[in-house]
Design a protein. Structure first.
Length: 256
């Protein structure tokens, strides 16, 4: 079944007509209906594979950008700012750098974000460039055949930082164009859904669409607290949802 776009709330007449034409379905949000039968409780296998491929595309793109950044920084440090040459052990530095970045989670953060920005990583990338320059100085004889002066270390530090920021931003831009549109479902009210839809429309860096909205429902027992709707699992399967977004306080916020 094709999903309806999030535009406006259905009128009472439209809701009645929907129940008349499709008595086996129940409407629970803007353009979102679920079968009254009990379907699968999560995304369909094909959609799960799409999500995994999208996340892997961003991880591999960022890893490739880091390998290229470290390699170019090493080559430039030796050929432009010095007169030595790289040893065979220098081949292991880009891979070791990727392992460190993986350990601190910079390859896995994008799968949790709608707006995948390199600017948010600048402090971490600065620290990694500092660590890389320190490692290059400590491994002087093992990586570079020749003396490594202060100018070379400082040049490698600055160059690695600049290359990491630039190539990571480029990698995210390319991966974003190649990745499929991310289908999102909002758990919240209609005001939050309208706000999110507007933010997605004016955010070119975010490749996502809002499929619909599902309201929170009161907990059993009359405690006054809200909980996720029981129909959420069928909605994910029915509409091929990639990401569920919980609505929070949106007033005064400009970020996604």
């Amino acid at each position: 079944m094709s999903s309806s776009p999030l535009t406006s709330a259905p009128t009472a007449a439209e809701a009645t007509a929907a129940e008349t034409l499709a008595p086996d379905r129940a409407r629970i949000g803007w353009g979102v209906t679920v079968p009254r039968r009990e379907p699968t409780a999560g995304p369909q296998p094909g959609r799960i594979e799409t999500i995994r491929k999208r996340d892997a595309l961003f991880r591999r793109s960022l890893a490739s950008a880091d390998i290229l950044s470290v390699s170019l920084a090493l080559i430039a440090t030796v050929t432009i700012f010095g007169d030595g040459r790289l040893q065979v052990w220098a081949l292991a530095l880009p891979l070791a750098f990727v392992a460190i970045v993986k350990a601190i989670g910079l390859y896995d953060r994008d799968e949790h974000l709608l707006h995948k920005s390199t600017l948010d990583e600048v402090p971490s990338l600065f620290g990694l460039a500092t660590l890389g320059a320190l490692a290059l100085w400590l491994l002087n004889g093992a990586v570079i055949d020749g003396s490594l002066g202060r100018t070379q270390v400082q040049s490698a530090w600055v160059l690695l930082f600049v290359l990491l920021v630039c190539f990571r931003a480029l990698a995210r831009a390319v991966a974003g164009r190649m990745a499929p549109v991310e289908r999102c479902l909002l758990v919240g009210d209609e005001r939050a859904a309208a706000y999110l839809k507007d933010k997605l429309a004016i955010s070119p860096a975010v490749k996502a669409e809002l499929v619909g909205v599902v309201p929170l429902q009161p907990q059993n027992g009359g405690t006054g607290h809200m909980e996720l709707p029981h129909e959420l699992g069928p909605v994910l399967a029915e509409h091929g949802i990639d990401r569920v977004i919980m609505a929070t306080e949106t007033e005064g916020r400009d970020d996604l």
